[in-house]
Ligand binder design. Structure first.
Ligand code: ZN
Length: 117
């Protein structure tokens, strides 16, 4: 499948710990972060990240990677609370840039097949 323009773009994301450090009861530190490009999470060397916070974030990240309507709340809302109700940490999802992917390199289906019609 060469010569066919089957490109699409996804936002690259940086997810960063923000909020009041004194109120954080988990092991978060303001400024800790990880990045997502395509399907790959990247963490800075040696920096831990809570599995509970990661579990809260994961369902939102694929939606935030995609181009969204300017009126969609997914476009404007970018902070997720720590799932521990006693923790003040917030995780800010920042769209940092776009990466171009090719359909045929990411799936076995032909372009344009929604699979649900
Ligand atoms: Zn927390």
């Amino acid at each position: 499948m060469t010569g066919i323009c089957d490109e699409f773009e996804l936002w690259d994301l940086r997810i960063e710990v923000v909020g009041d450090q004194d109120g954080m009861v988990c092991n978060h530190k303001v400024g800790d972060y990880f990045e997502l490009s395509g399907e790959n999470l990247n963490f800075p060397d040696g920096q831990p990240f809570s599995i509970y916070a990661l579990a809260a974030l994961l369902p939102l990240l694929p939606a935030k990677q995609r181009m969204t309507d300017m009126n969609d709340w997914m476009t404007t809302d970018a902070e997720v609370a720590c799932p521990d109700p006693y923790c003040t940490a917030r995780f800010r999802i920042i769209r940092t840039g776009k990466t171009t992917f090719r359909h045929h390199e990411t799936t076995g289906l032909p372009p344009g097949e929604a699979g649900n019609e």
